[in-house]
Design a protein around this ligand. Structure first.
Ligand SMILES: [Cu+2]
Length: 315
């Protein structure tokens, strides 16, 4: 990479972060995780996981910038100091043990410096942090969201309000600008083309959500840039990751594994609401599933506790 390119990259990154913060100010009312026009950097983190991913990205960016600068300076120095005109008789040096040891050991050290936080982050994303004793005593449980990829939409399975489970399908809300304008009027909020869905994933703010992902046909990927989520949906396998959105708002993602003709048209929209609003939505959603509205169904009826049973079995 040339020096000019390195400087240009630096300037673009700086401009990107400035623009990013300017746009963040515009949509401060409700937290949103979505791409912005002319965005260059990562989306603003909306989960603790994405905060760490962003920090790691910054660390690696600093390291690669330093390496790029060092290599550029070395090359310029070599080109000027050892040019043919100035050295009519070329040097016959072929080995230098010290230099060779240094250029092997230093890159190894750099890789180790990158590997330690990288692996830590990998394990952090893999398993939801354990609930604290206080949270357990307060009766808090993990929130499970089961996600299934289909050609070409997502379906979600939730625990019902009184046990049992229900399922709904989530399909793209609108594909063209004209459709989106029309649909926005019907829904009463501006829908984002290619990102909004007819049935959003609704999650309570602050809940630790274990997202379990699988597929019904080909490989898809449930990905949400602002949440740091990207997990493959593989038929016959159950992959897991976790998210925790603390602020109510809208968060968007897309299928990120090329899965066929409509791969670009199976977005993910997540609406994070307060715990009270979530309970209201859950009750309404259960009724919708009960009525078997288009795309909604009950997967498992709530278990009835018989007089003989002393303990209800948990799923
Ligand atoms: Cu897909």
């Amino acid at each position: 990479m040339s020096l000019a390119k390195a400087i240009a990259t630096g300037a673009v990154l700086l401009l990107g972060s400035l623009l990013g913060s300017a746009f963040a100010g515009v949509s401060a009312a409700l937290a949103t995780g979505k791409p912005e026009p002319w965005q260059i950097g990562l989306q603003k983190p909306s989960t603790p996981l994405m905060e760490r991913v962003t920090d790691f990205h910054t660390l690696v960016l600093i390291i690669i910038t330093l390496i790029t600068l060092l290599v550029t300076v070395l090359m310029i120095w070599v080109m000027i100091r050892y040019r043919a005109k100035r050295n009519p008789n070329p040097s016959s040096v072929t080995h230098n043990t010290l230099v060779e040891v240094v250029w092997t050991v230093v890159p190894v050290l750099i890789l180790v410096i990158i590997a330690v936080p990288s692996f830590r982050l990998l394990y952090y994303s893999d398993k939801a942090p354990p609930l604290s004793e206080a949270a357990k005593k307060a009766g808090e449980k993990y929130f499970y969201l089961k996600v299934t990829g289909h050609q070409w939409y997502w379906s979600y399975v939730y625990d019902g309000p009184q046990g049992g489970r229900f399922r709904f399908e989530s399909r793209i809300a609108c594909r063209t600008k004209a459709d989106c304008d029309k649909a926005s009027k019907e829904v009463g909020r501006p829908l984002i083309r290619l990102l909004d869905t007819d049935n959003a994933v609704v999650l309570p703010a602050g809940a630790t959500v274990r997202v379990q992902v699988t597929s019904a046909d080909v490989i898809h990927s449930w990905a949400m840039p602002s949440g740091g989520a990207k997990v493959d949906a593989v038929p016959g396998r159950l992959n897991e990751m976790w998210v925790r959105f603390d602020k109510p708002g809208w968060y968007y993602g897309q299928c990120s594994e090329l899965c066929g003709a409509d791969h670009a048209f199976m977005p993910i929209s997540v609406q994070v609401v307060s715990k009270a609003d979530y309970q209201k939505w859950l009750a309404a959603a259960w009724q919708k599933a009960k009525k078997e509205d288009v795309g909604w169904s009950i997967v498992e009826e709530p278990k009835k506790t018989s007089m003989l049973e002393t303990k209800t079995t948990k799923r």
